[in-house]
Design a protein around this ligand. Structure first.
Ligand code: TYM
Length: 328
């Protein structure tokens, strides 16, 4: 049976990278299989957070899931900290993971480089992520390209665990789109668009008004030859814009390249603003409609209850396998 699990950190304003690389897939996949979508608030704590801001952001992410089209009747939406089994399995898996494995994680290297004080949680972050995934017997994990290494580690941990203790875990697979899994920064197409990057001009938030993002698109870095061609190696800027356009318009890149041949970057950028304004505008209107916090909290509470009932069973299997005493 196919089971989907994925999560987003409440660590900044969600960008169109998060939407195109992950959340758009969440919406499609909820129709194909049982799906759980988590707001990974415990992961956000691996770097300093303002408590009020974190509380606000955590609900905001759940509301963005709903606004983007995740249906709470179909998919389970919940906050990671509401299901204590995540932290518990996280610990058990820390005792089944090697320091060397975690030292190789590029995200840890990037996030810790140049910092004098790094919390242990940032180092063990991928183990908690493995726990998130393995708790639900997940078969598929829709994510962007940057999470691939973490999913590979999850598979390694699970395979080793099964080898040592018997068939306890389902081995999950990353579901990474062939196209759009790595949306690049608008002001520097050699870098990934990130919600935590310093430069505001690098990204567009899902909830950003058109008047703000228009300027960012119009000023997006491209090359000087003005030729519209999809070539991420040699023309990363325009290829990134074509990718974004293609995914928002649900139109193949080839057809865009044909349509804009000989027209220059300005026209394409202007049209892209229109397409995005329509799609993001619809999401933003739905976001405004989901303004009943009590209703949102009811969805999250129901989601946590459902998630807990699944997580509990896996955790018991793990405890039995590892030799912890359990009273039945
Ligand atoms: P996070 O919160 O950084 O990002 C959420 C999702 O968005 C994808 N993404 C992108 N996709 C395409 N282009 C981009 N520029 C881009 N930026 C971000 C990410 O790949 C991700 O899918 N560790 C995870 C959260 C997590 C998780 C999990 C995910 C915790 N536990 C279990 C899946 C399963 C993270 O930090 O994602």
């Amino acid at each position: 049976m196919k089971r989907i699990f994925s999560g987003v950190q409440p660590s900044g304003n969600l960008t169109i990278g998060n939407y195109l690389g992950a959340i758009k897939q969440f919406v499609q996949l909820q129709h194909e299989a049982e799906a759980l979508y988590c707001v990974v608030d415990l992961h956000a704590l691996t770097v300093p957070q303002d408590p009020d801001e974190l509380r606000k952001r955590s609900r905001e992410i759940a509301r963005i899931y709903l606004a983007c089209g995740v249906d709470p009747q179909k998919a389970t939406i919940f906050l990671q900290s509401h299901v204590k089994e995540h932290a518990e399995l996280g610990w058990l898996l820390q005792c089944a993971t090697y320091m060397g494995e975690l030292s190789r994680m590029t995200q840890f290297k990037d996030k810790s480089s140049g910092k004098s004080a790094v919390h242990v949680g940032l180092f063990t972050y991928p183990v908690l992520m493995a726990a998130d995934i393995l708790l639900y017997d997940t078969t598929h994990v829709p994510v962007g390209e940057d999470q691939k290494q973490h999913i590979e580690l999850t598979r390694d941990i699970a395979e080793r665990f099964n080898h040592r203790y018997g068939e306890v875990f389902v081995i999950p697979e990353a579901e990474i789109q062939a196209f759009g899994a790595r949306i690049m920064a608008l002001d520097d197409p050699s870098k990934k668009m990130s919600k935590s990057a310093e430069s505001e001009a690098s990204r567009i938030a899902i909830l950003e008004p058109v008047d703000v993002f228009r300027k960012k698109i119009m000023r997006a870095v491209t090359d000087t030859d003005n030729e519209i061609r999809f070539d991420p190696e040699r023309k990363p800027g325009i290829s990134n814009l074509l990718t974004i356009y293609s995914l928002f318009a649900d139109e193949p890149v080839e057809s865009l390249v044909e349509r804009y041949a000989g027209q220059g970057y300005g026209t394409l950028k202007k049209d892209l603003v229109e397409v995005m304004s329509e799609k993001l505008g619809a999401i933003q209107r739905r976001y405004e409609q989901w303004n009943d916090e009590a209703e949102l909290d009811r969805i999250l509470a129901r989601g946590a209850e459902k998630a807990r009932s699944l997580a509990e069973q896996t955790l018991n299997r793990v405890k039995d396998a590892m030799g912890l005493v359990r009273f039945s």
